[in-house]
Design a protein around this ligand. Structure first.
Ligand code: UDP
Ligand code: MN
Length: 431
């Protein structure tokens, strides 16, 4: 126990959060939980934690959306079970497997509350999770707010506190990633870690949004299937179209991070995720979509359907460009806002290409035959004169020493490269 108190005392944010007081007249919320083949225990843990840890006054209803699960206990037994709970629980059944995006849209449409709160079906809400989310939306209805996502182990169900020092980003392949909260964001909050973190992207499973604002801003892209990409799509859209996306550091919800998905992706996992990612790249990323396409050249063959309605939405809402987003919201992005070149680095004498050999940190780069397939042979020479591929930069610390890939540090030095156009030579600035 003493270890436990010690942990709290050392954590400025949690300690200060305990003394916060929230208004009495918070907006009410529907909690929307979609699921496909979820386990009974995890689904019930989610529902019960919502019931016992949310103020009765603001919890309007729980809406469960069954995305055509194939497990009997999720049918009649679930209906019987939820009948006796203290809060209305509605169950909506999708007629066919639709994916989390369209299932959430159905749940949202059924909501009668002022705020919609989305949760995955394997979460545990902690004491006081809801009030700070709703309070922030009351303060600013265009703030879309996420709790800190604590980690529930999928082996032991151990509960581990998530960090308030990471926020959401993404890499060139459009994978969502956590990155350290940069100094500029600490400065903006004057070091007060109980103030929400403006996050460039969200993980997507857990957030609250004002219902009218959800509709104004274009809900979700209903052309996206099953899983993936919808979180980045929504993140870009919120920021580019004038809203804000924030991590509310005084709100904690646990989530079971699973090593494997318990469900299938009809049509193939890669195909579906590539399709969804193409839709968001085509609508929101302008020319910066090249970073995605050049590192994964295979995706350009994937049909992404019709995005004209989503482009129309962007027009109608007069949204900012992706360049604006990179400059104002995500200057520490892995995609450089300004760059000279994007492509392969070819030795004109030998006709061979620089290859990052699988992009492992601290490993030597190599020289290989140019394969023209992007991936490990794609680099960007940025306006800051780094040579980067994704979040790693070419780095050399010794004369004749090996050139390795290291995390980009933006401090120039070993990662600053001069290109002599005349002799077509790349030189490390320092050596
Ligand atoms: N889900 C769904 N239909 C699908 C895929 C997922 O309803 O076709 C649900 C899933 O049961 C979960 C939520 O969507 O409640 C998010 O999916 P998951 O937890 O697998 O995503 P992750 O947390 O791994 O990103
Ligand atoms: Mn999940």
């Amino acid at each position: 126990m003493s270890g436990e108190t010690g942990k709290f005392r050392n954590n400025f944010s949690i300690y200060r959060c305990k003394t916060k007081v929230y208004q009495d007249d918070l907006p009410d919320t529907s909690v929307v939980i979609v699921f496909h083949n979820e386990a009974w225990s995890t689904l019930l843990r989610t529902i019960h934690s919502v019931l016992i840890r949310s103020p009765k006054k603001v919890l309007r209803e729980i809406i469960l959306v069954d995305d055509d699960s194939e497990r009997d206990f999720l049918k009649k037994p679930l209906e019987n079970y939820v009948k006796n709970l203290q809060v209305p629980v509605k169950i909506i059944r999708m007629e066919q497997r639709s994916g989390l995006i369209r299932a959430r849209l159905r749940g949202a449409a059924a909501s009668k509350a002022q705020v919609i709160t989305f949760l995955d079906a394997h979460c545990e809400c902690t004491v006081g999770w809801l009030e700070p989310l709703l309070a922030r939306i009351k303060e600013n209805r265009t703030a879309v707010v996420c709790p800190i996502i604590d980690v529930i182990s999928d082996d032991t169900f151990e509960y581990m506190a998530g960090s308030d020092m990471t926020y959401g980003g993404f890499n060139w392949k459009l994978n969502f990633r956590w990155y350290p909260v940069p100094q500029r964001e600490m400065d903006r909050r004057k070091g007060d870690r109980t103030i929400s973190v403006r996050t460039p992207t969200m993980a997507g499973g857990l957030f609250s949004i004002d219902k009218d604002y959800f509709e104004e801003i274009g809900t979700y892209d209903a052309g996206m299937d099953i899983w993936g990409g919808e979180n980045l799509e929504m993140s870009f859209r919120i920021w580019q179209c004038g809203g804000s996306l924030e991590i509310i550091t005084c709100s904690h919800v646990g989530h079971v991070f699973r090593k494997a998905t318990p469900y299938t992706f009809p049509g193939g996992t890669g195909h579906i995720i590539n399709k969804n990612n193409r839709r968001l790249a085509e609508v929101w990323m302008d020319d910066f979509k090249d970073f995605f396409y050049i590192i994964s050249p295979g995706v350009v063959k994937v049909d992404y359907g019709d995005v004209s309605a989503r482009r129309g939405l962007r027009e109608r809402l007069k949204c900012n460009s992706f360049s604006w987003y990179l400059e104002n919201i995500y200057p520490d992005s892995q995609i450089p806002r300004r760059y000279y070149l994007l492509g392969e680095i070819r030795n004109v004498a030998t006709n061979q290409c620089l290859d990052n050999m699988g992009r492992k940190e601290n490993e030597k780069v190599g020289i290989f035959n140019c394969h023209g397939m992007g991936g490990n042979q794609v680099f960007s020479y940025t306006a800051d004169k780094e040579i980067r591929t994704d979040d790693l930069c070419l780095d050399v610390s010794r004369l004749n020493g090996p050139v390795v890939m290291l995390k980009c540090h933006h401090m120039r030095g070993n990662q600053l490269w001069e290109y002599d156009v005349q002799v077509r030579l790349l030189l490390s600035h320092d050596l």
